[in-house]
Design a protein. Structure first.
Length: 619
């Protein structure tokens, strides 16, 4: 695909050339100049090992800025720019773009450049082929920028000696699959910023040893398949380090010194599992640390955390998309202003989670598993924007953790909080600076429209600015209008954000003047629908009253039923208990009478038998 776009680019340039004037025509090269702008397109007529161009033959209006496109050039030599500075003595900006072809660059290709005032020189090589660099090819010039994009040879052996003692403000190597640095002698690379992206660096240490400690300010080795975190001890002027999207697993100590001026480190999208407690101990100026999308499970013990040495320095910390559940070590970062903790495994926020974060203004806790938040967790912070989206919070009640942010919070994000079933809007009345609430995607329930004041105070939203309430991905009905009517009477100065494809009903119709114009419901643009809704919603107040009465009646009916059931049980017990006693007494009486009768019969039998015995004995 990349080759295709380069081919299209070249074809476009060639088509454009037909409309331009020849301003240089020699045996080796033909250049075309446009009529109005500063772009010059030069095409090599036939490949040659000794590219000689006499720029004194250039015939066109002279300007202070020219951009050259060199198409299909194969070799650059010390004769390629003969008489160039003589012909263009007043140039302030020189752009040299070599498209599609460079095989070889020999030494001192710009040695004939002779300017009393250094112009800004920009050099770009796009899709060079073999790209063989001779020693001192670019020395001893000063360049604003050198970009080498998509070297075709792979693996490519990069001769660092080509840039010995060369000063470059911005040096970039892009989209090279395998890059191996070579150097035959000790050298110094006076590069202020270096970027090597979207490739694979084989021997990084050789390059690091060659970079001048007095020049390098910014280093970007992102997406370069780096496995080991390099040492920056000798780079005393280095301020920005970008190593995102690599293969680093661990960060050891002794990689920095107290001479370093590093203020920002980006280590996002690696595979970091462990960071030595002393990894950043020498960095007195570090204010920004990005560890997003790694494999950290712990921040260490209180005095054995890599964050401990940064407690009075760090201002922005990104720990999103790790596996953290205990974040108490963050509470020591007293100067922290921005904190990213989304996408972790945090389940609760306790009283000490942010105990010393007095400067904290932005906190992102989205996509965690937070169920419990201590009411005083934010007591010592000054948070302006709080993101609690996609958590497991079940309710916002009058003993809210938000009250301690009453004078600072202006944005509250709770979108996609599927467990948030109960919302007491009284909580929002206590937030004096609130400007935006995002409730998009929450589960709609009857308890979504609660207003329970703990002090019976009245409220009316009479602030100068409007309150934005986002309710996207929720479908509301006429009943929601009835339930929310009181809420929107109090929060009168609001702007609602709803889905443009939301079905039309009285909720939308009666609140249409508050809905944001940028996603206004499509159905309300149909006049016939509006006319029908005007009729349907004319008696909405009576509908709401009947809805309320029905609800009350249901409650009363339930209460009556429960009362009747209680009375029935009382009657049953009143009858059953005496009846049981009577039955027991009757049973005892019957038992006594039967027993007595049996005793009498037994006595009579004994007397009869005794009489008979006496009679027989007498006989």
């Amino acid at each position: 695909m990349k080759f295709f776009w380069i081919f299209i680019q070249i074809i476009s340039i060639l088509n454009l050339i037909h409309c331009q004037t020849k301003c240089l025509d020699t045996f080796t090269v033909t250049c075309y100049c446009p009529n109005e702008n500063h772009l010059i397109n030069c095409i090599e007529n036939q490949p040659t090992d000794d590219m000689f161009i006499d720029w004194s033959r250039f015939t066109f209006e002279l300007r202070d800025h020219y951009s050259f496109n060199f198409i299909n050039f194969t070799h650059l030599t010390s004769s390629t720019f003969t008489n160039f500075s003589w012909k263009f003595p007043q140039l302030n900006i020189i752009e040299l773009n070599f498209l599609n072809g460079i095989d070889e660059i020999r030494e001192h290709i710009f040695r004939l450049f002779d300017y009393t005032v250094n112009p800004q020189i920009y050099v770009r090589f796009t899709s060079p082929r073999n790209f063989q660099l001779a020693d001192n090819a670019f020395t001893p010039m000063k360049y604003s920028e050198i970009i080498i994009d998509d070297i075709q040879s792979s693996p490519y052996e990069f001769n660092l000696n080509a840039f010995h003692n060369t000063t470059v403000n911005q040096f970039s190597i892009l989209n090279t699959k395998q890059l191996q640095f070579l150097s035959s002698e000790s050298l110094i690379l006076n590069w202020e910023e270096i970027s090597i992206n979207n490739g694979s660096i084989i021997n990084l240490n050789l390059l690091m040893e060659s970079l001048s400690s007095d020049y390098l300010v910014k280093l970007d080795f992102s997406s370069s398949s780096i496995v080991h975190f390099p040492s920056f001890v000798n780079l005393s002027q280095l301020m920005i380090i970008d190593l995102h999207d690599n293969l680093i697993h661990e960060i050891h100590s002794s990689l920095f010194s107290n001479k370093n001026l590093v203020s920002a480190i980006d280590l996002s999208s690696n595979a970091i599992k462990r960071i030595d407690p002393n990894a950043f101990v020498q960095l007195d100026f570090l204010t920004v640390l990005n560890l997003n999308n790694n494999q950290l499970r712990t921040l260490g013990d209180e005095n054995q955390s890599f964050l401990f040495p940064l407690k009075g320095k760090l201002r922005a910390l990104d720990l999103a998309n790790n596996f953290l559940h205990d974040i108490n070590q963050i509470g020591n970062l007293s100067h922290l202003e921005v904190l990213q903790l989304s996408g972790n495994e945090i389940k609760e926020l306790n009283e000490s989670s942010f105990r010393n974060l007095r400067h904290l203004q932005y906190l992102d806790l989205s996509f965690n598993q937070i169920q419990s938040i201590h009411s005083s967790v934010f007591d010592h912070t000054n948070i302006k924007q709080l993101d609690l989206s996609s958590n497991l919070i079940s309710s916002l009640q009058t003993n809210s953790f938000l009250f301690s942010l009453s004078s600072t919070l202006d944005t509250l994000l709770l979108k996609n909080s599927r467990n948030l079933l109960e919302i007491n809007w009284f909580v929002f009345t206590k937030l004096d600076q609130l400007r935006k609430i995002d409730l998009s995607g929450v589960n709609k329930t009857d308890k979504m429209w609660l207003y329970n004041s703990n002090d019976n105070s009245s409220f009316y939203w009479n602030r100068e600015y409007s309150l934005e309430i986002l309710l996207n991905n929720i479908q509301f009905t006429n009943e929601d209008y009835c339930l929310s009517k009181l809420i929107f009477q109090m929060f009168n100065n609001t702007i609602l954000f709803l889905d443009p494809n939301h079905s039309c009903n009285c909720f939308l119709f009666l609140l249409r003047n508050r809905i944001s114009a940028q996603n206004y419901p499509i159905c309300l643009s149909n006049q016939s629908i509006i006319d029908d809704l005007a009729k349907e919603c004319a008696n909405i107040d009576s509908y709401c009253s009947s809805l309320s009465t029905t609800t009350t009646t249901n409650i009363m009916t339930t209460t009556v039923k429960r009362k009747d059931d209680n009375e029935n049980w009382k009657i049953i017990l009143a009858i059953a208990i005496p009846l049981s006693i009577i039955l027991i007494l009757l049973f005892l009486i019957a038992f006594f009478l039967v027993k007595r009768r049996r005793n009498n019969e037994t006595k009579e039998n004994v007397e009869i038998k005794g009489g008979i015995v006496n009679i027989l004995s007498k006989k």
